[in-house]
Design a protein around this ligand. Structure first.
Ligand code: TMP
Ligand code: ASP
Length: 238
């Protein structure tokens, strides 16, 4: 399947149409942004790691019963995916307080929750992706009640799957963001990507940050920690 028209240029990837109207091709870039695109950076090979890691994780999640947009990896940086209508929600699950949760609610980073939290941001760059609740999402007609219930189920199922995957390689899953989409058949599936760009990952022993916070917070070793996580995954699961 060949790339045709460039449909969308995102912060970390480009999306192309293909000859099949139900399929798209993702092409991962080496770019990173933070704070709604205000901060820019990159490292050589980031797109390759995120493409391969996301596909690897999506395949493991599929085995645990999570439906995803993944069709097949076609090169180091490119993946064939089902074309979906992205629901404009950033769906965030947290197991441990960090980031905007700690800041907004004054909770010390690292505080373990008794049960995971679920929250939604309205995906809208002009508004700065504001936090919204279930009823706001309905009022904004972003999704139906049935779809929001399915999205919550997917989010918690992904959390259980990801926690296990990362625990196996000595990593605590602090929090993560997923996006979901509607297929041509109207099915809600996991879409976009799951990578150190979209998760907070701490080393289980040392709490070292092994994710995009190294870039957001200028902690250094940005590329090193992505290579570290990918190396641990491939050596555990090979
Ligand atoms: P937050 O603490 O900044 O709200 O982030 C929660 C999680 O969502 C964290 O794992 C990072 C991820 N995230 C994204 O993937 N994209 C974003 O634009 C933001 C703000 C967070
Ligand atoms: N991806 C978002 C942006 O570029 C923010 C983030 O991940 O922190 O703005």
């Amino acid at each position: 399947m060949e790339k045709q028209e460039l449909l969308y240029v995102g912060k970390a990837k480009k999306v192309y149409s293909t000859e099949d109207p139900d399929l798209c091709i993702f092409e991962y870039k080496d770019d990173a942004t933070a704070f709604n695109g205000l901060k820019k950076g990159s490292f050589e090979g980031k797109g390759i790691i995120n493409n391969q890691m996301s596909n690897f994780i999506f395949k493991l999640l599929e085995k645990k019963g999570v439906k995803t947009h993944l069709v097949e990896e076609i090169s180091e940086r490119e993946t064939l995916v089902k074309k979906v209508e992205i629901i404009p929600l950033e769906v965030i699950v947290r197991n441990i307080a960090a980031g905007s949760f700690s800041k907004r609610y004054g909770v010390e980073e690292g505080t373990l929750f008794e049960s995971p939290t679920l929250e939604y941001s309205y995906k809208n760059d002009d508004l700065g992706d504001p936090l919204i609740n279930y009823y706001h999402a309905l009022a904004l007609k972003l999704a139906t009640k049935e779809e929001l219930d399915q999205i919550a189920d997917i989010a918690f199922k992904v959390n259980e799957g990801l926690k296990e995957i990362f625990l196996n390689i000595g990593i605590k899953l602090v929090d993560f963001k997923i996006e979901v989409g509607r297929t041509a058949q109207g099915e809600i599936v996991l879409a976009d990507e799951i990578s150190p760009d979209t998760c907070r990952l701490w080393d289980a022993k040392t709490n070292k940050k092994l994710d995009k916070d190294r870039f957001r917070l200028d902690l250094g070793e940005f590329g090193d920690v992505y290579r570290e996580v990918w190396g641990r995954l491939t050596s555990f699961y090979k």
